[in-house]
Design a protein around this ligand. Structure first.
Ligand code: ZN
Ligand code: ZN
Length: 144
C-alpha cells in the first residue's frame, strides 16, 4: 500500500513536470540550448515564461540566436571579437539574444519585453539582448 502511494505520487510529480515543460506556447526549450553543440541546456523557467508572454504580446516571431552559453562557447565568442560580458548572463541561463534587424520589429520587440517586465536590454544592429540577471544593474539599455 505504501509503495503504491509512493508510485502514484511520483507519477503525479512526473506529470506536473511534463506539463510545466509544455506550458510554452511559442518556444521549444531546445531553441535555448548552447549553440556550440555541447548539449548544454541550462535555462531559467522564469526567463522562458516571460519571453513567451512577450512573444504573445508582440504578435511577431522571436528568433532566438543565443540562449544558454557554456564557458567554452563564451570564451570562443570572446576570442572571435564578440562583445561579451565577463560574467555574462548567458552563462547562467538567464539571457537571450533575439534576432532583429529592422526598426519596426526592434520597436515592437523592445516594447513587448518591457511590457512583461524585462529591464535590461542590449541593442545591436542585428539582435536584441535581454536578461533577468538580478546581480546586474537595472533598468539599463546599452548599444553594442
Ligand atoms: Zn556549449
Ligand atoms: Zn546576449
Amino acid at each position: 500500500m505504501q509503495i503504491q502511494m509512493e508510485l502514484i505520487l511520483s507519477l503525479f510529480a512526473l506529470l506536473r513536470n511534463l506539463l510545466s515543460k509544455m506550458e510554452l506556447k511559442y518556444f521549444k526549450r531546445s531553441e535555448f540550448d548552447c549553440k556550440c553543440g555541447c548539449g548544454g541546456t541550462i535555462v531559467s523557467d522564469k526567463l522562458l515564461q516571460l519571453l513567451d508572454d512577450a512573444r504573445e504580446f508582440a504578435k511577431i516571431p522571436f528568433v532566438i540566436t543565443s540562449g544558454y552559453r557554456c564557458q567554452k562557447h563564451h570564451d570562443d565568442l570572446t576570442s572571435r571579437g564578440y562583445h561579451t560580458a565577463k560574467t555574462s548572463a548567458h552563462l547562467k541561463g538567464l539571457a537571450v539574444d533575439i534576432k532583429c534587424s529592422d526598426s519596426k520589429s526592434r520597436a515592437i520587440i523592445l516594447d513587448a519585453l518591457g511590457y512583461v517586465g524585462f529591464k535590461r536590454f542590449g541593442v545591436a544592429k542585428s539582435f536584441i539582448h535581454t536578461d533577468i540577471d538580478s546581480d546586474k544593474p537595472s533598468p539599463v539599455m546599452w548599444l553594442y
